[in-house]
Ligand binder design. Structure first.
Ligand SMILES: *Cc1c(COP(=O)(O)O)cnc(C)c1O
Length: 411
């Protein structure tokens, strides 16, 4: 029996290997704010999402240790049973305040949040419309609704409008979901325009602030900032107290916040519904107390020092200026190389030079769009950024330019 299973696994792996798509987990030890150890070598990481280096912050570690001593290692059960330790309420109040929302609900992870929230709000009769480059767990959540899933071209508000014009009338409810900062491209969603279209078609809008909380909009994340003045909107889009025009703002505590966990900020009634209906909330154990305490400490730090929160974007902008790329809009800068093998080689070259810049390949990004994904953190040194840019320019980008005519000549 198990022979056929092993044979299946081996065949599948061999096929992936052939396309340079086999993945392996490489042991990586964090040595400090930006340094890691991999394959026995110290590297400066430009691949962590720990944008504010808070996973390594002394006061935040201390908060986690203290809560662990006080409440124990694990929550012991789902929040619905006995796992709702006292720190949850404090964290949720903080998140709601930061986002200008009436209420918040904390989940085990961002992935659990998206795969729980979306099917709790939309069902088989409804439609969900998702930006093509949104995170995989948004698509996973949309599929769990059992309803109609439509995908609009990346940041193409015209296309979103067309989809809603064609299909909105067939469904009692419509939900639009997008990353606010795109995880593999680093660009921003046009939240204001999307909110206009949502209002026009009586659709609900949800943003995923995984890569914007803590590092965009003075630390508050996007979805609450730079919105044009509201047009008249109907129904749900008007509700939600002071939280502006995006009634559903989810995010993660696993990136700039430095720990782990997901959340939704919304109106009190929506949060009450989520707490009653969301399967990933109550069929999964509550976050450990130490993790919740760390998130509280991290949010306090971000609130008290917005200049610090601005550093990752400043560093990313310095990098794009050095390479003549379009100015960074977030701490994520993609260097799209196209081919998976070429991207792996480029990543190995940087590793030899003391930098960790992980190659991102399909299916995480579309076919032919493999890339180096460079992420910047507050603690990166300017001289390291300059050296990284120089190596990428001379040995990866210009090396490819020099190769291209040869390839044509020999074709
Ligand atoms: C990382 C990420 C998630 C998942 O969050 P986790 O807390 O790591 O599970 C969700 N959405 C986006 C856009 C992400 O980048």
């Amino acid at each position: 029996m198990s022979a056929s299973l092993d044979e299946f696994a081996e065949r599948k792996l061999a096929a992936l290997e052939q396309r340079n798509l086999r993945r392996t987990l490489i042991e990586t030890e964090r040595l400090g704010p930006v340094e890691v150890k991999r394959r026995g070598k110290r590297l400066i990481s430009f691949s962590c999402n720990d944008y504010l280096n808070l996973s390594q912050h002394q006061a935040i570690k201390a908060a986690a240790v203290e809560a662990t001593e006080k409440y124990g290692v694990g929550a012991g059960a789902s929040r619905l049973v006995t796992g709702n330790h006292p720190l949850f309420a404090e964290l949720e109040a903080k998140l709601a305040k930061l986002k200008g929302a009436e209420a918040a609900c904390v989940f085990g992870s961002g992935y659990l949040a998206n795969t729980g929230i979306i099917p709790a709000l939309a069902g088989v009769d409804d439609m969900v419309v998702v930006d093509k480059l949104s995170h995989a767990c948004i698509f996973a959540g949309a599929k769990l609704t059992g309803g109609a899933l439509h995908v609009f071209r990346h940041n193409d508000t015209g296309h979103l409008g067309e989809i809603l014009a064609a299909h909105r009338a067939d469904h009692p409810r419509a939900l639009i979901v997008t990353d606010s900062v795109f995880s593999m491209d680093g660009d921003l969603a046009p939240i204001g325009e999307l909110a206009d279209i949502a209002a026009e078609h009586d659709a609900w809008m949800m943003t995923d602030d995984a890569h914007s909380l803590g590092v965009v909009g003075g630390g508050r994340g996007s979805g609450t900032v730079n919105l044009p003045s509201p047009k008249r909107s109907s129904g749900f889009a008007q509700a939600g107290g002071g939280q502006g025009r995006v009634p559903l703002q989810m995010g993660t505590l696993s990136k700039a916040i430095g720990g782990y966990g997901g959340y939704l900020c919304a109106s009190q009634s929506v949060i009450d519904l989520i707490r009653t209906r969301c399967r990933t909330l109550f069929y999964s154990t509550g976050l450990p107390p130490g993790v919740v305490a760390a998130a509280i400490a991290a949010l306090e730090l971000i609130e008290s020092d917005p200049d610090y929160a601005a550093l990752p974007l400043t560093k990313a902008k310095a990098f794009t200026a050095l390479l003549g790329l379009s100015e960074a809009e977030s701490p994520i800068v993609p260097i799209v190389l196209g081919d998976s093998e070429r991207t792996l080689l480029a990543s190995r070259l940087l590793e030899d030079e003391g930098f960790l810049v992980v190659a991102i390949r399909p299916p995480t990004v579309p076919d032919g769009k493999a890339r180096l994904r460079v992420t910047f953190t507050a603690a990166h040194k300017d001289e390291d950024i300059a050296r990284l840019a120089e190596i990428i320019r001379t040995r990866i980008l210009e090396a490819a330019d020099a190769e291209a005519p040869d390839a044509e000549a020999s074709a």
